[in-house]
Design a protein around this ligand. Structure first.
Ligand code: TXA
Ligand code: MG
Length: 330
């Protein structure tokens, strides 16, 4: 991620056909474009390209890989990403396009990068109610992963000027669609259990949702007083079946090994299986590969997984955070 190339100024694109076409070509090339939605400006990247998703986390300076929302233009596109039960369909029907995000099981052939859903079996999906966002989604033709377009811990941007104030030189472009109308993020509802659960209050009121459902929404706090308060945190620990150890410099015979870069731990020839997060030591590539590599290794049911040292700077901090959780005793 460290680069000697000086940052290029972020383009501010008009919300017309030419601006949207240029934004779409940046996105297809794996670059990042901020765009207006009815809630806040999103920091968009092609959700199917792991490296683009990793670049989103890098641009936000996120200390952790929180799962991201995949934005689509219509329900047909949504169904390719996730599985909608009857209640999820009812909510989608009532509130989409609009400031509601639904967390549903990933579809079997879901093309979205595992990194975007932080290695979970579920995915957050939303159809935004903004003509520019919808136009962009139709033009680019792929789901866009998009958290709010501000550095982690900062205030969500509601104008293109806010976005440029925070991310000028960091992303390829921002589409200027004026001030957003809702001004706060979408409501996040999980449809993974029998009773839908409110994960994050936002632009669609609880009351409106409960009216459509004809039942009260569950909330993490009611369901489990020990649940973490920060939304998403709750379910975001991907843990392999096999035990995992970090910073491995010597391999125990029979271990499956996850390498980083060109360093080779002693005893590697006795490994049951070897994969590399990034042969060239690129932390963005490593982040993009993290969850899918862990899943592929875990699927071979190794006795244990040994992970070579990953540097702790830039996205390495988030990679090591996830590895530490996966390594924690269960
Ligand atoms: O209004 C919005 O929702 C904006 C605009 C750009 O669409 N986007 C946004 O994204 O706020 P972000 O990444 O800041 O928030 C996504 C929320 C987080 O609270 C995250 O934990 C939750 O959705 N989330 C995403 N995937 C999830 C999953 N599989 N399970 C549980 N929570 C999930
Ligand atoms: Mg945010």
């Amino acid at each position: 991620m460290a680069t000697s190339v000086p940052p290029v100024a972020t383009e501010c694109l008009a919300a017309d056909a030419a601006g949207i076409a240029r934004a779409a070509s940046f996105l297809k090339a794996g670059r990042l474009v901020a765009f207006p939605t009815e809630t806040v400006y999103g920091l968009g990247g092609d959700a199917t390209q792991g490296a683009a998703v990793a670049a989103i986390y890098a641009a936000k300076g996120r200390p952790q890989f929180n799962p991201l929302i995949s934005h689509v233009a219509d329900f047909t596109a949504a169904r390719k990403l996730g599985q909608f039960n009857a209640l999820a369909c009812r909510l989608a029907d009532a509130f989409w396009p609009g400031p509601l995000t639904l967390v549903v099981p990933r579809a079997p052939d879901c093309p979205v990068s595992e990194l975007a859903s932080a290695g979970l079996d579920s995915i957050a999906i939303r159809i935004p109610a903004h003509p520019v966002a919808l136009d962009l989604l139709r033009t680019v033709g792929c789901p866009l992963a998009a958290p709010s377009a501000n550095p982690s811990g900062g205030v969500s941007p509601t104008t293109a000027a806010h976005v440029l104030g925070d991310l000028d030189g960091v992303i390829a472009a921002v589409i200027d669609g004026g001030a957003t109308v809702v001004g706060l993020e979408s409501t996040v509802v999980s449809c993974l259990e029998d009773r839908p659960r409110l994960l994050r209050p936002g632009g669609t009121s609880r009351r409106a949702i409960e009216e459509v459902l004809g039942m009260a929404l569950d909330t993490p706090d009611e369901a489990d007083s020990t649940a973490p308060h920060s939304p998403g945190q709750l379910a975001s620990h991907y843990a392999p079946h096999a035990s995992l150890r970090m910073n491995a410099t010597t391999i125990v015979p029979g271990e499956a090994v996850l390498l980083f870069g060109r360093e080779r731990p002693a005893g590697l020839e006795r490994a049951a299986m070897v994969m590399n997060l990034s042969e060239t030591g690129d932390l963005i590539e490593a982040a993009a590969n993290l969850f899918s590599h862990l899943r592929r290794i875990d699927a071979t049911r190794p006795g244990a997984i040994a992970v070579a040292p990953v540097p702790d700077h830039d996205l390495g901090e988030a990679i090591n955070d996830r590895l530490r959780r996966a390594a924690a005793p269960r």
